[in-house]
Design a protein around this ligand. Sequence first.
Ligand SMILES: C[S@@+](CC[C@H](N)C(=O)[O-])C[C@H]1O[C@@H](n2cnc3c(N)ncnc32)[C@H](O)[C@@H]1O
Length: 369
Amino acid sequence: MDQSSSSKRKRKADAMNEWEALELEKIAKVKEMYSKGVPFFTKDSIRNIHQQLLKAKTGDEISVLNLDGTSSKFKILNGEVVDGDEPKTEMVQIDPHIRYESIQGLTQRIDGAFTASFCPMPIAHFLEVRDKVTKEFCQRSKKHPNLPREEAEEFFKTCCKEWEASEPCKQLRSILASAQLPLGITKIVAFACSNFSRIITKKPHSSRGLVRPATQHALILTLRDILSKKDCGSSGEIECYAQDPVYSSLDKSILEQSGIKILSDPEGFLEVDESTVVLSFCPNVCVRQVVTDIARPAIMIWDRVLWNEDEMDGEPKTDPDSPRLKKMLQAFYEESEMPDDYDDANKSFGIKFGNAGIYIRKANAISRL
Ligand SMILES: C[S@@+](CC[C@H](N)C(=O)[O-])C[C@H]1O[C@@H](n2cnc3c(N)ncnc32)[C@H](O)[C@@H]1O
């Protein structure tokens, strides 16, 4: 090896070490802020980004306040086209949205790569892949066709009836009937319950309508019924809201007919407060970490916390447990298991809701906040 290439290597190694040291320092700072209780998500910061997004046109910049007081700028690239990851394809950037970063997302090192960042809510776009010449969407970007309207309405009605008649639903009613529920519940906000009125043609999962997402929405109606009959100290209707960017216009219209208002991201988060029941099952975003920072809802029915696992270690997850989430649940909530059907394939419960828990705020928890 000649001297010049050896010194080039050394300079590269020094630069790598310096960069790695800076990334590690950044991670340590983010972790320190986290352990000191600095909120990573606040309603004000979410609202501020939402208002900018509502007005933004392609080419505009969205400014997001970072945890260290600096700000990051994100260009709106809606409609811009970039080369695809396969020959003869291109990708169109669409739907600029908030990417909620979990504490793990901000501080993990995955396969040797750092994800260190001070920005808990960067702006991202979805990508649609299409043929460069014909402009036809490729298979993975093709939308599943909707059911005909009447069939979709009937499908949702049937799923609601089947859920209501099911053993897990009866068990849930009995758990909530015997629990001391917090007073003043006025609304239900459901996240990520997904699209149910489409046709899947891909074997072996081909189906006309999707039972699991439909049942998660049926749960909203069951809870509305339970809460409006139980004296929880609230007067008037229990408002129902659902937020999931994947809803088709058919889903939206069927849900609206049932009295469930559709909210676009991040309006669901802005609705969550002490008088709210929050639902969320296997979301693609860290719903539980966002909610933990912004409120102490009356009830949450969402993915169960794995108390014995180190949530800061292991495979990256979309809605990971976190030290703050565990602390909040331990201090303020009673936990019980969400009843569900048995899954023969996985030899576990969780066909309709996954491994979910019911978290009911303890009496007087609010006065201790
Ligand atoms: C893995 S699927 C789970 C769907 C369903 N809850 C279940 O248990 O089968 C994740 C869902 O999260 C939704 N999602 C992604 N970003 C979201 C956001 N910002 N707000 C609400 N839902 C979101 C997706 O559209 C998708 O429906």
